[in-house]
Design a protein around this ligand. Structure first.
Ligand code: 6R9
Length: 634
């Protein structure tokens, strides 16, 4: 039942798709063994899933060989990576052959710096080719990459470097954001100076993105370019077990500090290849543009691994959507004849505001698949993207997944699953969602509940770095027998899923996951703040915005707002800057002393009634007090 307006032929028909769902459900072992043949193995795994050892245990392979070497014979001269620089006239193109050479050089540099299989290498770069090259170079020598988002504060970087035990960082002198220069190296230097005794970093390699000079510590810092020039352009890949970690990626949960999610090699790569081909209807000649930064899981799975595993062409854009003018992204699509465009609802909402005329100026007829990820999309934004960008001709995939899942889990499949605006639609073949009620029991049919997953899938994270117990407690123990996603969802009468948002204390700001506890921990470092609570409220552009309540100590200064805001941006990052900070005498708490976030959310949204039974609060009066404070203009 592909909608009739699609003018393309897609890889799968509804019949093919139904057959996949059936096979994956009836004979999962056989199904995933067959899917594992997408990869080239040095030792073919004896089985797909084993309870104790994870996916494709016993198999041996190398991730960079799978992304590059194995395409050399058939696609050596095909474009693997197109890099569009900030300045319109500057484009760098890498064929599979030249990308392979670059990755080998970088891998040799890392080996010369003493990096060995299993070592952690941090990557802290703007959107330049070296990011993707460094990831694959780590994979080539069996090192574990840890990509750090460019928006992190020095504190956030230091935490992640310490937790991962990284020994080397690759950074840039600066990053370019429109007319501005982002001080990558200086931010990293600040991070390295914070708690040197907790860090194992002994080498910093610096990419010169511009000619800007930066301070270099002679025994620690080296410019990368001359090292690459001297390195050999071939490099023997390290043969790795399927279950060896390929990378760590830090993400926020509801409790405490960010967790280093560990992804393995064989299972993750099978999932990246499988989902990229299925969901984006990957075909020869496709130009795939994923706008996510490589600092997020989307940038890993669909900005690097998925498309390269499948022999595709990746487009990487250095710049921003609206610089130098509001049509910049459309210009990039037009110039590079992008076929597959994967972005976020936040970006769509911002671009929508520029008006329809901007889009109409560009020829976007190369597009055939549009995708979104990271947060719920409204019907309005869905329709605008579909009609004005996709011209009503394209398949639209609203893809639900998470850092922990490795790749897409619930999404339409072009040509095979009929779309409904703003629904993630159906699970991919082999994925088994369930909706649980408050007692943890599965509900059938059209219903709403906590979204969990039954059974495993090849892309599932192996663990949390340094804390296997925390992985169990966070994902496997809350609902016995299921994997807990942290999201809520509704299922309609057609079995379609509609994601309703997090059911835990994670706030989703423009697709960035931020734990309430992360913000509250940052505020706890301000001595004049006694306690605090951070919550998410609906925001027109960002999806959710952060509102913070702080309770001052007796001697608190007048500029508490400023100090609180500064603590958050310096400990977490600018992307976590709150919309509003309310200084309040107390928080609504249960008698056992737990802040009642449900009430804080309602109050922040300006509600004045319908709070339900307040008699369980330690001090019911506080609700009235907070309403008064919030309604008094500052
Ligand atoms: C890939 C990614 C995961 C959380 C997830 C959910 C939200 C992601 C969504 C979506 C509604 C979608 N989310 N995709 N909500 N519709 N299509 O975003 O990973 O950064 O770990 O965030 O994002 O709440 O649990 P991550």
């Amino acid at each position: 039942m592909p909608s009739s307006s699609h003018s393309h032929s897609f890889r799968l028909t509804p019949t093919d798709y139904n057959a996949l769902v059936e096979r994956a459900t009836a004979e999962p072992e056989l199904y995933w063994m067959r899917e594992s043949e997408r990869l080239s193995w040095n030792t073919v795994p004896p089985h797909a899933q084993s309870e104790q050892q994870g996916w494709f245990a016993g198999g041996m392979l190398n991730a960079s060989v799978n992304c590059l070497d194995r395409h050399l014979e058939t696609r050596g001269d095909q474009k693997a990576l197109i890099w569009q620089a900030e300045d319109a006239g500057r484009v760098l193109t890498f064929t599979y052959k030249t990308l392979h050479e670059h990755v080998c050089r970088m891998a040799n540099v890392l080996r010369e710096q003493g990096i060995q299989a299993g070592d952690r290498v941090a990557i802290h770069l703007p959107s330049v080719p070296e990011g993707l090259i460094a990831m694959l170079a780590c994979a080539r020598i069996g090192a574990i990459h840890v990509v750090l988002f460019g928006g992190f504060s020095p504190e956030a970087i230091a935490d992640r470097l310490a937790d991962s035990g990284a020994v080397l960082v690759i950074t840039a002198n600066v990053g370019r954001r429109g007319p501005r220069r982002i001080p990558f190296k200086a931010t990293l230097d600040a991070a390295l100076d914070l708690r040197p005794d907790t860090l194992a970093i002994n080498t910093v390699l610096v990419v010169g993105v511009t000619d800007d000079e930066v301070g270099m510590k002679p025994e620690r810092d080296r410019w990368l370019a001359p090292l690459l020039d001297q390195a050999a352009s071939d490099c023997t890949p390290q043969n790795m077990p399927s279950s060896a970690p390929l990378f760590l990626l830090y993400t926020s949960g509801s409790t405490g500090k960010p967790k280093g999610i560990v992804h393995g090699t064989g299972g993750y790569l099978v999932w990246a290849s499988y989902t990229h081909e299925l969901v984006f209807d990957h075909q020869d000649g496709d130009i795939f543009w994923c706008t996510a930064d490589i600092g997020w899981i989307t940038g890993h799975t669909y900005g690097v691994y998925g498309p390269l595993l499948n022999g595709g062409t990746v487009l990487l854009f250095e710049g921003m959507p609206s610089y130098p003018g509001p049509g910049r992204w459309w210009n990039v699509i037009q110039d590079h004849k992008v076929t597959t465009f994967y972005t976020s609802p936040t970006a769509i909402r911002a671009l929508m505001r520029e008006g329809d005329e901007v889009v109409q100026r560009y020829d976007l007829s190369s597009l055939r698949v549009l995708g979104t990820v990271g947060e719920p999309i409204s019907q309005e934004a869905w329709s605008w993207f579909n009609d004005h960008v996709g011209g009503g001709r394209c398949a639209f995939v609203d893809t639900w997944w998470q850092t922990e899942s490795g790749g897409i889990m619930i999404s339409p499949v072009p040509g095979a699953v009929r779309e409904k605006p703003a629904s993630a639609t159906l699970p991919l073949p082999g994925v088994h969602p369930v909706l649980l009620n408050e007692q943890g029991l599965p509900r059938e049919g059209a219903t709403e509940g906590v979204l969990c997953l039954k059974g495993s899938w090849p892309g599932r994270a192996l663990s949390i770095w340094n804390d296997d117990g925390l992985f169990e407690r966070t994902y496997l123990q809350p609902y016995a027998g299921y994997y807990f996603t942290g999201d809520g969802a509704r299922r309609d009468e057609d079995g379609y899923y509609w994601i309703t948002g997090r059911v835990d204390d994670v706030i989703n700001v423009s697709g960035h996951r931020i734990g309430s506890a992360e913000i509250e921990d940052a505020l706890a470092t301000v001595l004049t703040i006694a306690e605090s609570a951070a919550i998410g409220i609906p925001h027109d552009l960002k999806g959710q915005g952060i509102v913070v309540y702080v309770v001052p100590r007796d001697n608190a200064p007048d500029d508490l707002h400023v100090r609180a805001a500064k603590a958050i941006t310096s400990k977490v990052g600018r992307y976590a800057a709150p919309e509003r900070i309310h200084v309040v005498p107390d928080l609504p708490k249960t008698r056992s002393g737990k802040s009642v976030r449900r009430l804080l959310r309602k109050i922040a949204c300006g509600e004045t009634e319908g709070f339900g039974d307040l008699s369980t609060l330690a001090d019911p009066e506080i609700v009235e007090t907070l309403i008064r404070i919030i309604q008094t203009p500052a």
